[in-house]
Design a protein around this ligand. Structure first.
Ligand SMILES: [Zn+2]
Length: 203
C-alpha cells in the first residue's frame, strides 16, 4: 500500500476526535453518507457488475481542473474508476481522496464528483444486473427485415446463429451506431433513423 493508502486507513480507523481540520472537511459529508458509500452496503448484483459497466458503458465526464493543472483525459478517468471498483472493499471516501491526489484537484470537488459519479455507476450496474438476472441463459439476435443499413448489416455479421446474450447485443447496437451512423439518434434503443430492426429472442 502506498503512503496515501496508509494515511487514509489511519484516518478511517482513527477515533472520531483526531485533528480538527480532517473533521471539518469530511464531517458534513459523513453525516449524509449515501447507501452506496461502501461496497459492503451494496448487493452482489451491483458490485459484480460495476467493473464491466466501467469497461463497457462508461460515459462520465472527467471533473474540471484548475487552470494550472492538466486536464483529465476520459481514458485516464475511466482507468481510475476501474482501478477502484475492481478491488473490494471500496468506499467513497478513499475514492474521493485518491481522485484529489491523483488528478491534483480540490478534495471537496473530488468528493462531490465521486458522489455523483459513483451513484451513476451503481445505477448502471444495478440495471445491468437486473437485466442479466432476468435474461440469464437467454440468447438474442437482431431481428427484422433484410438489413439495408451498414450499421445493421454489421450487427448481424457479429451475431452467430445461436444468438448472443442480451447485453452483448445492446453493446453491438451502440458500437454500430457510433461507427456507421452519422449524427446518430440519441435514444439507446434506436440504431439509425427509420430502422425497423429489433431485439428478438432466439428460440
Ligand atoms: Zn436497421
Amino acid at each position: 500500500m502506498n503512503t496515501l493508502g496508509y494515511h487514509i486507513l489511519a484516518r478511517l480507523t482513527a477515533p472520531a476526535s483526531t485533528s480538527p481540520d480532517q473533521k471539518a472537511e469530511f464531517g458534513r459529508y459523513e453525516n449524509q453518507a449515501p447507501d452506496y458509500a461502501r461496497s459492503q452496503y451494496m448487493p452482489d448484483l451491483v458490485t459484480d457488475h460495476l467493473p464491466e459497466v466501467v469497461r463497457r458503458e462508461f460515459a462520465l465526464d472527467p471533473p474540471a481542473t484548475p487552470d494550472d493543472v492538466d486536464r483529465i483525459t476520459p481514458d485516464d478517468y475511466r482507468a481510475f474508476w476501474l482501478d477502484h471498483v475492481e478491488r473490494e472493499p471500496w468506499d467513497i471516501y478513499t475514492i474521493a481522496e485518491d481522485m484529489a491526489a491523483r488528478f491534483d484537484i480540490n478534495r471537496g470537488w473530488a468528493f462531490k464528483t465521486a458522489r455523483q459519479h459513483l451513484n451513476q455507476l451503481v445505477l448502471q450496474a444495478r440495471m445491468r444486473g437486473y437485466r442479466e438476472e432476468r435474461l440469464a441463459g437467454r440468447r438474442f439476435r437482431w431481428g427484422g427485415p433484410e438489413a439495408d443499413h451498414p450499421a445493421c448489416q454489421w450487427i448481424r455479421s457479429q451475431i452467430p446463429d445461436e444468438g448472443v446474450p442480451y447485453h452483448d447485443l445492446v453493446d453491438l447496437m451502440q458500437t454500430a451506431k457510433h461507427r456507421f451512423v452519422e449524427d446518430p439518434p440519441s435514444s439507446v434503443h434506436v440504431v439509425h433513423d427509420w430502422c425497423r430492426h429489433e431485439i428478438r429472442e432466439v428460440q
